[in-house]
Design a protein around this ligand. Sequence first.
Ligand SMILES: [Mg+2]
Length: 150
Amino acid sequence: MRCYRHEQAPSAEAPLVIGFDIDDTITAHPAFFAVVSQALRGAGHRVVIITMRVDAGQAAADLAAFGVVYDELHCFDLDQRGDYWGWKGRLCASLGVEDFFDDSPDILARMPATTLPFLAVHRPRHDLSLLSEADEEEIEGVIGAGLGRS
Ligand SMILES: [Mg+2]
């Protein structure tokens, strides 16, 4: 199992750079992303919005209506359509985005190793049972050990 660990504690000299998709991510729970984006920016971190939308004016208006704040907004450039699935990953690499939240496994699968992908899960579109790592025997062993029944 891959374990991710940020290499250093965030600080004023090394603020976090966190990225968010808009549709089916921010729009899935705008109030949550409003609070998170405001808290991140309030603590000196950077918030980057990366969306497949092409209308930057409408995207900015929607984010303002949601209360989502950010440092940068990047909308899809149709000239990049030859690399539709890889565009966000390349942008995350160039911007130094450490954590990126999106609803598309196809986009998150193309994130660079320097970006931790977070998937906004929508049922039944995403079937989490396909990702299950549950090992019932291992779980029973851990519980048993905790109860002194090793
Ligand atoms: Mg989306």
